[in-house]
Design a protein. Structure first.
Length: 237
């Protein structure tokens, strides 16, 4: 659901839209897009874990400077300061969620340039009704921040593999970070070492030159001092 909207921030602050997964299963966002309001399409590998959120912004660099963590992605087209409708569609062009906000009463007017965002009062309420929205409890809003020091929560697929294997990073705060990838064979010899950026939490590792057998893939974020490394076992057929 669309959970928070910062449509008219103070000067030198970014706009953002927050999505939140209120369900009990992971939401796969492949092909989802905002068709109205902002312009953003989720790439393959995008997801939201249960009880977690993600933030889209109009300026990822500014967002990180202001809030201290990375937004999930950057949308095109500014949010209207006078209000508009936001529509989120799935890959079949079906509407998943929509919110039509405004800068005038009965919508909270303090969200119009006074440094506050619009927030849903309760995630169990209908976000299409203006009565269920309020201004953020904190100035400059409360965009969802993944827990600091959270594990990578990395997974491999397919496993076993043939021509290539993918590493998916579950920690959304590391969705676009630089990683050190080291691969060891069953005897502990390092056969590959590379620094690579994840793309939307997903890293592809070509394996066509590898022999059949068991491998251990060590994953370490290069720029995070609070997230540890993770070692995954992989099998090539």
């Amino acid at each position: 659901m669309i959970n928070e909207i910062m449509y008219h921030p103070k000067n030198d602050y970014p706009e953002f839209v927050e999505l939140f997964n209120t369900g009990e299963t992971t939401v796969i966002l492949d092909g989802f897009c905002f068709s109205t309001g902002i312009d953003f399409t989720f790439q393959p590998g995008s997801n939201i874990f249960p009880g977690a959120g993600l933030v889209l912004t109009n300026d990822t660099s500014l967002f990180k400077n202001v809030y201290g963590f990375s937004a999930f992605g950057q949308f095109n087209k500014q949010l209207s300061n006078k209000g508009e409708i936001l529509i989120l569609e799935n890959r079949f062009n079906q509407i998943v969620d929509s919110v039509s906000y405004s800068d005038s009463i009965p919508w909270p007017i303090a969200a119009d340039g006074e440094g506050f965002s619009l927030e849903i009062i309760n995630q169990k309420l209908d976000n299409s009704i203006f009565n269920n929205w309020e201004i953020s409890k904190l100035e400059n809003g409360t965009p969802f921040e993944p827990p600091a020091g959270q594990e990578l929560a990395a997974t491999l697929y397919p496993n076993p593999f043939n021509e290539s294997v993918y590493v998916e990073i579950g920690n959304q705060s590391l969705a676009y970070e630089l990683f050190q990838i080291e691969v060891f064979n069953l005897f502990g010899s390092k056969i590959k070492s590379v620094e690579i950026y994840s793309y939307n939490s997903k890293i592809q590792i070509p394996t066509s030159s590898w022999s059949q057998g068991v491998y251990f893939i060590q994953i370490q974020p290069k720029q995070s001092s609070v997230t540890g490394s993770q070692c995954l076992k992989a099998i090539k057929l």
